[in-house]
Design a protein around this ligand. Structure first.
Ligand code: ADP
Ligand code: ZN
Length: 590
């Protein structure tokens, strides 16, 4: 069986080795046991049931919560030569009946269904005609009320399984199973003495970074210019911020889309499709975007605002680099973000106890934004995993920064706040330090303060940035309420007395992966082929595969066939087109 699985991995998927955990999980299923696989996004869960589906007799029923993904997954499998289909609410009764007939005749190895289907008795009795050998439950945490994605229809899965005349094997998969969710999955799905595989949640290919006190728009502009051609998501906290961000990106000439719950279904679908099909590279979105997006070549995820907790952050950031290639996850922190999140908790309809829990989670998120230790270690430890040592590959482990001393400017700011009796917000403090002659400054007599105009050589924006750095580093705190006021913290006094110094980190430019000309040409070819077949480009080949092609320049089908991600069917379907493009490129260059 082992040998056979490996053969099929090469034949259909074009991969020569398993990813960590895949082998164990597939073994367990093929040995006839129930199985629970807990792996991070991008860990390779799909193959864990798709390969057994090919090897087991009969059909594998895949229960997946996302209707939009279902079609994509079935298409992707068809494109690999694996017979698969789906049934969901987009189909007519007649079509459903017809597909089931085809399934029972053995035409398909995998059948994807939405959990809502399981509540229809008619559908269940129709399913009895099909020989189901394996039930694979995707996003299995949806069965648990402890999680944030609870789907009541998932509760029908256990009775579905019990209803078959011969009990099929059950395999469940999820990326989120902290605390009691794991036990709950086993219990609610009535798994029988399951083999549980828990993979590390580390995503070594992701580079984490937190930037504090940065001018967000300037940063974004520069970053997007440097990363032109790469796909990325920019998450903002509110619809309004997404709209603003979208306007800013459009004004700067970037081809971007936007996505939030305030848009019509149609607008959202169009934006999502354009992103998946590589027609636009940048998506500005609220957290409503991303569930059900399998796009493997997202190269960066930028959080324009701090999200509400680490769970949300890791899930959203984790949408980068699903293909195992480098991905960058940057969080742009500003103290105002904390106010927004506190506001959201305070004004939602939650029991006090729940609110307290949310505040605690928020605090862990804020701590992440301020830790000076390894960010990866912080994340993993939050999810209950300890690593030894630092990762060497996150913003805090990087050593290519210089410390710029800002003690004198810090003293000027802190002393100015003190003289303003710690009673005003950032804008007014900046105006006083700038030496503004605005009505308000003059009315309050702040032009007579000894700190008036002390930072006049800086722009107001630069002064606000300095204030933000001091807030982020805990020298100043911002009060809650409609008119937030700046107050000095304990840490500020030794600075004023000249006892401690204040520094900011200035990073050197990170080296970026620059794609070769051949890669770009192959990516264009991929896009043309995908358009013809109405598939997202990454379903033709992943970025990793194109990159390997552009490095190794295979001259014939044999050489192309050993490249990771080139299975038999794709070789037949696309091989000649890519070989021709590579040959043409080499001829032009020589
Ligand atoms: P998950 O569902 O766990 O997020 P996927 O099943 O979508 O992950 O797989 C993530 C990526 O890894 C996909 O691009 C997939 O093609 C790739 N992949 C899966 N298994 C392997 C393997 N054995 N070798 C190389 N790449 C793999
Ligand atoms: Zn680190």
């Amino acid at each position: 069986m082992q040998e056979k699985a490996r053969e099929l991995l090469v034949k259909y998927f074009g991969y020569s080795t398993f990813k960590t955990g895949q082998e164990e999980i597939i073994d367990s299923i093929l040995n006839g046991g129930d199985t629970l696989g807990i792996m991070p996004t991008g860990g390779g869960k799909s193959i864990c049931y798709q390969l057994p589906a090919l090897l087991l007799s009969g059909t594998t029923l895949v229960i997946s919560p996302l209707i939009s993904l279902m079609k994509d997954q079935a298409d992707a499998l068809e494109n690999l030569g694996v017979p698969a289909t789906f049934i969901n609410s987009s189909l007519t009764y007649k079509e459903v009946n017809y597909r089931l007939q085809e399934v029972s005749s053995g035409k398909f190895k995998l059948l994807y269904v939405a959990p809502e289907r399981l509540q229809s008795e008619e559908f269940i009795s129709m399913l009895n005609r099909v020989q189901v050998s394996l039930v694979a439950v995707d996003e299995a945490h949806c069965v648990s009320q402890w999680g944030h994605d609870f789907r009541p229809s998932y509760l029908a899965i256990a009775s579905l399984i019990a209803g078959f005349s011969v009990r099929p094997l059950v395999a469940a998969f999820t990326a989120t199973a902290t605390g009691n969710i794991k036990q709950d999955i086993v219990h609610q799905l009535a798994l029988r003495d399951p083999y549980v595989y828990v993979a590390s949640f580390d995503r070594p290919n992701l580079h984490f970074n937190v930037l504090r006190g940065e001018d967000k728009r300037d940063f974004l502009h520069k970053y997007l210019v440097d990363n032109a051609g790469h796909s990325g998501i920019i998450y903002a906290a509110t619809r309004k911020q997404v709209d603003n961000l979208y306007g800013f990106l459009a004004a700067k000439g970037f081809a971007a889309g936007k996505y939030h719950a305030g848009l019509s279904d149609d607008e959202r679908i169009r934006a999502q499709e354009a992103f998946i099909h590589d027609n636009i590279k940048i998506m500005a979105a609220t957290n409503a975007f991303g569930m059900g997006i399998d796009k493997s070549n997202v190269r960066f995820v930028i959080h324009y605002n701090m999200p509400k907790n680490m769970e949300a952050y890791y899930q959203e950031a984790g949408r980068a680099g699903r293909d195992g290639e480098e991905g960058e996850c940057i969080l742009l922190f500003s103290p105002q973000d904390v106010q927004i999140q506190k506001h959201l908790i305070e004004y939602t309809n939650m029991a006090q106890k729940r609110k307290e829990k949310e505040y605690r989670k928020l605090q862990s998120m804020v701590d992440y934004c301020h830790t000076t230790f390894c960010l990866r270690r912080y994340i993993l430890s939050y999810f209950g995993e300890e690593i030894s040592g630092n990762c060497g590959n996150c913003g805090n482990c990087r050593e290519d920064f210089e410390l710029e001393e800002i003690t004198v400017n810090a003293q000027k700011i802190l002393s100015c706040l003190w003289r303003m009796r710690e009673n005003y917000g950032t804008s007014l403090a900046a105006a006083v330090l700038k030496g503004s002659r605005s009505k308000k400054v003059l009315q309050l007599g702040f032009d007579r303060l000894s700190t008036y105009g002390l930072l006049s050589k800086y722009s107001s924006q630069e002064i606000k940035e300095l204030i933000n750095i001091l807030i982020s580093e805990g020298y100043i705190t911002v009060t809650n309420g409609q008119y937030p006021v700046l107050k000095l913290c304990q840490k500020a006094y030794p600075v004023l007395k000249g006892e401690t110094r204040v520094y900011r980190k200035v990073f050197e430019e990170r080296e970026r992966q620059v794609d070769s000309e051949l890669f770009d040409r192959l990516a264009n070819l991929r896009k043309e082929l995908a358009q013809k077949e109405e598939l997202p480009p990454y379903m033709v080949f992943h970025d990793v595969t194109l990159r390997e092609m552009s490095q190794r320049c295979p001259a014939d089908e044999r050489a192309l066939g050993v490249i990771s991600g080139v299975g038999e069917i794709k070789l037949q379907r696309y091989g000649q087109a890519f070989l021709t493009e590579i040959r043409r490129y080499l001829e032009e260059k020589n």
